[in-house]
Design a protein around this ligand. Structure first.
Ligand code: NAD
Ligand code: DAU
Length: 362
């Protein structure tokens, strides 16, 4: 499908739109804003799955571009082709365990990729005089603030103290985004979000991995003693927060996004076990024998917790999904969407792009 960009009120690149949070964000914007052109720009790494977006792939305001955020030429070409006025930047290497084994990929995508986008956007937006409200909106994480003890919360003013290669790369990208604002007057926004859960998350992350292992009667690996704490937010609530910040955020500002819903890993693992047993009609407590304490993640951050007063009071956003309901829905999704899961596990999902876009590849 060809798109005349002039028909659209806004032309927005969403990077990483084939990933977990990216696909929910793309779907949210495509459905809610038919007068915005949404350009999903994604390299399709192992974490990118276009099957996450089957339901909206033929919408007239949706385009997919396969590209690497660290490739200046394709970034420029895409921005010029669609006269892009905003970027919502989610593309990243996102898994802490992988960053411990392969930090360079995190530097390349998360740091070099972010600076490449900033650079190309800055030069084009300085040149184009018909763009009214350009915006570079960078999606970041609570992990940049470091690790908390049992008490306290991170605010937007907490000094950065990243401790894993993943969080160091995200912190570095946040610094570059702010530097472009202060040095060149680039219109930017940053949000730092807590742990997301929901459908379409790659099953290497805690919640899908645990649910599937319980269901399949495999050992459920709990790192260390399982006492580490995370704050869990339903992914569609994150997509709605991104919409709110995109439209109402004050340029140059940072907002924390979270559910203020803290759980120790071991408690969430028990909760998931109970829900899986209920769903599969097993006797109460059947799941317990699969819980297996394993060697801790090196440098494992103990606790993250966000103070989200700023986004709630200044922008009026708050999470809508009750945790119990969101978790149940997520687990049921993983246990019933067998085709999606089989294709992810077998690697078949990687071929979807070739099948869907075969014409363009000739
Ligand atoms: P994900 O790993 O599920 O998806 C990442 C996407 O980025 C994939 O589609 C992948 O193909 C794409 N990508 C990777 N490298 C690329 C490159 N060089 N060029 C273009 N595309 C590339 O990630 P996610 O969990 O959806 O996280 C999205 C963003 O949100 C990340 O920036 C992450 O740091 C941030 N974040 C995630 C969470 C969470 O709980 N998952 C919480 C807070 C913030
Ligand atoms: O806090 C936001 C971050 O949340 C995001 O920035 C990251 O992109 C995202 O991956 C997530 O990072 P975590 O490391 O917190 O998520 P993960 O699902 O990998 O692990 C959650 C917790 O569970 C963590 O304390 C490690 C633990 N864990 C994880 C796995 C995969 C286990 O105990 N066993 C496991 O098998």
């Amino acid at each position: 499908m060809t798109h005349d960009y002039k028909q659209f009120k806004r032309r927005i690149i969403i990077t990483g739109g084939a990933g977990f949070i990216g696909s929910h964000t793309v779907r949210h914007f495509v459905k809610k804003y038919p007068d915005y052109l949404i350009i999903n720009f994604d390299k399709l790494t192992y974490a990118g799955n276009l099957e996450n977006l089957r339901d909206i792939e033929n919408y007239p305001n949706y385009v997919f571009v396969k590209g690497d955020v660290a490739d200046e030429d394709i970034v420029r070409e895409t921005m010029e082709k669609y006269h892009v006025d905003s970027i919502i930047h989610l593309a990243a290497e996102s898994h802490v365990d992988r960053s411990i084994f392969n930090p360079m990929e995190f530097v390349r995508t998360n740091v070099v990729g972010t600076v490449t986008l900033l650079n190309v956007a800055r030069h084009l937006w300085e040149k184009w005089d018909d763009i009214e409200n350009p915006l570079f909106y960078h999606i970041s994480t609570d992990e940049v603030y470091g690790s908390l003890g049992k008490e306290g919360k991170f605010t937007e003013k907490t000094p950065y103290d990243p401790r894993s290669p993943y969080s160091a790369s995200k912190a570095s990208s946040d610094h570059f985004v702010r530097a472009y604002h202060h040095t060149y007057g680039m219109p930017v926004l940053i949000t730092n979000c807590s742990n997301n859960y929901g459908p379409y998350q790659f099953p290497e992350k805690l919640i899908p991995l645990v649910a599937l292992h319980f269901a399949e009667e495999k050992p459920v690996p709990v790192y260390g003693t399982g006492e580490n704490v995370r704050d869990w937010l339903y992914v569609e609530d994150h997509a709605k927060a991104i919409d709110t910040v995109f439209h109402k955020g004050k340029i140059g500002e940072t907002y924390n996004i979270g559910a203020e819903n803290e759980w120790r890993n071991i408690d969430i693992v028990h909760k998931i076990g109970q829900l899986v047993d209920q769903f599969l009609g097993r006797p109460q407590g059947y799941y317990e024998k699969f819980i297996t304490f394993v060697k801790d993640r090196p440098g494992h951050d103990f606790r993250y917790a966000l103070d989200t007063t700023k986004i709630r009071t200044e922008l009026g956003w708050k999470p809508e999904m009750p945790f119990e309901q969101g978790l149940r829905k997520t687990i049921e999704w993983y246990l019933t969407n067998k085709e999606w899961l089989d294709r992810v596990r077998s690697g078949e999902y990687m071929k979807y792009y070739q099948q869907q876009y075969a014409e363009r590849l000739k």
